[in-house]
Design a protein around this ligand. Structure first.
Ligand code: ATP
Length: 301
């Protein structure tokens, strides 16, 4: 499979701060790849280097087969970028800002196909394009960048915390657009610290901490690193006796609970069936748990 983004041993030092400390990231063509980490982990620094806006201190980087520092102008026509905190031109209307951003990527904004897409997206995101930039809230500024990004086809979408400031209904619209461009064959790098968003959208996830990728894989692969919680209605703790591979067994409030390695869930089912348990709940681990496992206290920073 083609690799659209590859970094190897990427470093970026700001004086004594090692924002990136040997980052290895591979994003294959046609994937939605989640880039997950707490504030200050190095996500934005990585994205700035991928866009050719910052120069790496060391290591290798290629985007769509090119060096982003040398070929930024050519690459920008193939990349749609949405930052987490969008500034718009205060004296331009929202519609004019969208058109300007689209033209910067080489779109012809008089073109009927572009205008149709812009209108479709404005209606989906419930965006009024007639107000001046200075009147827009953070969420509306975010919509300007999202509409400009999705109105013009790109090979690669780099989205840096793109839904900050959007309400939940708009997040659904955002997810539909990501699915649409993925189905059209594009690649998406989605930086986020919203785990549920990443879980719903991403084929693969890379978890970054202190400037390095600490875990990378499909959600199914990463889930193997954590345990699934099983619980059922019970009269007392004896209901938990003799269940194979059970960990952390506990009884409280009329329910027996235990955890089991996620790839061993099937092996406990016969024991549960024998007990004719009722009210059975089997809950796969969330990325939240994965995250906590990696960051512990650091996630609070
Ligand atoms: P956030 O979600 O807060 O944006 P992030 O994962 O994107 O976090 P970065 O913004 O890449 O993290 O920052 C990584 C580290 O590099 C942080 O310690 C940050 O303070 C530092 N850093 C980033 N840019 C600069 C800069 N221009 N000068 C000095 N230090 C910087």
């Amino acid at each position: 499979m083609n690799t659209v983004i590859r970094t190897s041993g990427l470093t970026k030092h700001y004086g004594r701060v090692h924002a990136l400390d040997g980052l290895d990231l591979d994003v294959a063509a046609g994937q939605v790849h989640g880039f997950l980490g707490p504030n200050g982990a190095g996500k934005t620094t990585t994205i700035r280097i991928l866009l050719g806006l910052a120069r790496a201190t060391g290591g290798g980087v290629s985007v769509l087969g090119r060096d982003p520092w040398k070929d930024a102008a050519a690459l920008h026509r193939r990349i749609a970028y949405v930052p987490g905190d969008v500034s718009v031109w205060p004296n331009l209307s929202g519609g004019e800002s969208i058109d300007l951003l689209a033209r910067l990527r080489g779109a012809s904004t008089k073109d009927a196909a572009y205008r149709g897409e812009r209108e479709r997206l404005e209606s989906a995101f419930q965006f009024d394009p007639r107000k001046k930039g200075r009147a827009y809230s953070k969420g509306n500024r975010q919509k300007v960048a999202l509409i400009a990004a999705f109105a013009v086809p790109a090979d690669l979408y780099i989205l840096d915390e793109p839904t900050s400031g959007l309400d939940p209904l708009m997040e659904v619209v955002f997810r539909d657009e990501v699915a649409r461009v993925r189905d059209a064959g594009a690649t998406v790098l989605l930086s986020s610290h919203i785990l549920s968003e990443v879980e719903l959208l991403c084929d693969r996830v890379s978890i970054i901490r202190a400037g390095r990728v600490v875990e990378s894989g499909t959600l199914a692969e990463l889930r193997h690193l954590t345990r699934t919680e099983v619980s059922f209605a019970a009269d007392d703790a004896s209901a938990l006796d003799g269940i194979p591979a059970a960990h952390d067994a506990a009884f409280a409030d009329g329910r027996a609970r235990f955890t089991v390695d996620s790839d061993a869930v099937a092996s406990v089912l016969p024991a549960l069936a024998q007990r004719s348990v009722t009210g059975l709940r089997i809950e796969p681990p969330s990325l939240e748990e994965l995250f906590l496992r990696h960051y512990g206290d650091a996630s609070a920073s």
